[in-house]
Design a binder for this molecule. Structure first.
Ligand code: M6R
Length: 606
């Protein structure tokens, strides 16, 4: 959580820092701040709330002028969102920005208080700033090494020492940080989109590595001051891909990018009509031996795993357990060397998912990650990685990352089913061909946009609703429900349609809309019976179904039809509808769909 940036070069840097921070607001927007060397002194400006508040404050007051500085956008963990808790923290000698959590900050604070330090904020970060000051001997790298030897937790730190006015010092452990390399100017950032306007070249800083960044030189060392040589990475996303491109919001843009993202993710993984995961190191002979599969992830990524479970079990007949990472890691799961753990993560930095990866490694269970951000921690540390090629996803609510995660689940299921001899080559080819047609069907499903807008106008005054479905429709209803509540703030729950009558149906009144996903032909009669039970209790039913499915008009109030296609792929196709419904409901309610309250895109805290 939180985004950090830094610039050192020849250009006036305040606007550069602000621009870079604007690309990281998805990581949190409780406050923003910068520290810039102005006439040799560290000048700090910070403000609670979104970056715009900081910009307005500087426009009316003081806007630092200088060519070296650091910046921060915050998702509050320790201490409420406020001016005083905003980063940067420190004093005229040493000032820092921090992404992560310092677990032993109370201990350190006690030591510093004993030594005369006075604390202004409630943050864990302030203890690190003051500890750096406490140990500072005039030699920054030694001081940093001393400090990271004493702090516990996760951190990516950008540090300014007043004695070194053209230099940014950086160090990280378990929170991401890249070092951007320009011409006569260099950068630090929590994520690549922050630097794309200026350079596409960057280094990945590893845990316990220290970077010293000057305008014309970047050096790296370990905690013993041994120099480290690093390979330069090149971003293949361009800046436009991280901009809104004419859409009102990133979320709307990202919904529309799904056909391309799907094509880009699926096409390189198909060869001679068969799924081809060998490019990721995953071979048929490796899959033959897999006993049980655990899919572990958080939020939307976990919902993609639920669809994965249905299709893997149906096609490959291999047992799959899907779990939320924050639960899985604490329930001492039974997994062994013949099992496989699949970790799904858009960011590749989600703390709980990362912790499960470590746990699987300790137990020697093979790990496969499905990740969107190249070079992220989960991607680097897992045994195999299948990258999704969604491009940067900026909106907090995941859309295109979800559909491409699903497409990887299908490819994986087909390859596994083939490896296990559960389906023959002809069947695998038939399914793979259908999968390759999915991007086009998703494109056609964009036509439901206006219908979804109308449905949103019916939902906008609701305070609570239910999403129901059976089988694959139930898996998608979980995602539909999350998407709606996270950005429109309308309470929503997802229920297995057959489970309603075991308690939840008592909630149904004319004020409680029920969105029923009915795309699975083998289960449709049963779900239709369930929605009739809702109608009989005066409930308002909105049905999402396929064009070729006929449903008795008395069973629903409103209906949205997606193009008819193979039922198996309906979660990808119908996801467009649940995304549009959520998006328009949020917009009609006046909520910002890209930056829902209290949330951040990348959740690097546990
Ligand atoms: O980056 P990850 O995919 O690991 O993030 C996991 C969840 O935080 C994420 O999927 C979240 O639920 C979505 N942004 C919600 O739309």
């Amino acid at each position: 959580m939180c985004g950090i940036v830094g610039y050192t070069g020849k250009q006036e840097c305040t606007d550069i820092l602000i621009n870079a921070l604007s690309k990281l607001e998805y990581r949190g927007y409780d406050s923003a701040g910068i520290a810039v060397f102005e006439n040799g002194c560290i000048e700090v400006e910070k403000s609670q709330g979104r970056l715009k508040n900081l910009v307005d404050k500087m426009d009316k007051g003081h806007k630092p002028v200088g060519v070296c500085g650091i910046g921060h956008t915050r998702w509050a963990t320790h201490g409420e969102p406020s001016d005083v808790n905003s980063h940067p923290h420190g004093n005229k000698r040493v000032t820092i920005v921090h992404n992560g959590i310092i677990e032993n900050y109370n201990e350190i604070k006690a030591l510093l208080v004993k030594n005369g330090y006075v604390f202004e904020s409630q943050t864990d970060t302030e203890t690190v700033a003051k500890l750096l000051d406490f140990y500072y001997t005039g030699e920054p790298v030694d001081t940093i090494i001393k400090v990271i030897g004493e702090i516990r937790g996760s951190y990516a730190l950008g540090i300014l020492f007043a004695d070194f006015p053209d230099t940014i010092f950086a160090v990280r452990k378990d929170s991401p940080l890249i070092i951007g390399k320009g011409k006569g100017e260099n950068f630090i950032a929590s994520d690549v989109p922050a630097i794309l306007k200026y350079t596409k070249d960057y280094y990945l800083l590893e845990s316990d590595e220290i970077a010293v960044i000057k305008p014309d030189e970047i050096t790296f060392c370990d905690v013993h001051k041994n120099e480290i040589k690093k390979e330069l990475q090149r971003a293949d996303w361009d800046e436009d891909a991280a901009e809104k491109g004419g859409y009102a919001h990133f979320m709307l843009k990202e919904i529309h990018e799904q056909p391309t993202a799907l094509k880009t993710t699926i096409t390189p993984r198909v060869m001679d009509g068969m799924p081809f995961l060998e490019e990721c190191g995953i071979t048929v002979s490796m899959l033959e031996k897999v006993k049980n599969i655990f899919i572990v992830a958080c939020g939307t990524a976990m919902h993609a795993g639920l669809v994965g479970k249905y299709i893997i079990e149906r096609l490959a007949r291999v047992s799959v357990t899907v779990d939320i990472a924050s639960e899985f890691r604490y329930r001492n799961p039974i997994m062994g060397e013949d099992d496989l753990v699949i970790l799904i993560s858009q960011s590749g930095e989600t703390a709980d998912t990362k912790a499960v990866l470590q746990m699987a490694k300790e137990r020697r269970t093979t790990t496969v990650s499905v990740v969107n951000v190249k070079g992220s921690s989960i991607a680097r540390e897992s045994d195999y990685v299948i990258y999704t090629h969604a491009g940067p996803e900026i909106a907090v609510a995941s859309t295109k990352a979800y559909s491409v995660q699903l497409s990887v689940m299908y490819l994986f299921a087909f390859e596994l089913a083939f490896a296990k001899g559960a389906i023959n080559e002809d069947k695998v080819k038939e399914l793979t061909k259908d999968l390759m047609n999915v991007p086009k069907v998703v494109e056609d499903t964009m036509n439901t946009m206006e219908d979804c807008q109308k449905i949103a106008s019916k939902l906008v005054n609701s305070t609570s609703l239910l999403y129901i479905g059976r089988g694959l429709d139930y898996a998608l209803s979980m995602e539909g429900s999350l998407k709606l509540k996270e950005i429109s703030y309308i309470h929503s729950e997802s229920y297995a349609a057959g489970e309603l009558k075991h308690g939840t149906i008592s909630l149904v009144t004319s004020d409680m809309p029920v969105i029923a996903i009915v795309t699975q032909k083998d289960l449709m009669e049963k779900t239709i019976s369930n929605i009739k039970e809702v109608k009989a209790r005066d409930g308002k039913v909105i049905v999402i179904t396929q064009e070729d499915i006929e449903i008795d008009k008395e069973a629903y109030d409103y209906i949205i039809k997606v193009p008819a296609f193979n039922d198996l792929f309906m979660p990808i196709i119908s996801s467009v509808v649940v995304q549009f419904i959520s998006y328009y409901t949020a917009v009609l309610k006046g909520c910002d769909p890209d930056k829902p309250r209290n949330l951040a895109k990348s959740v690097t805290v546990e």
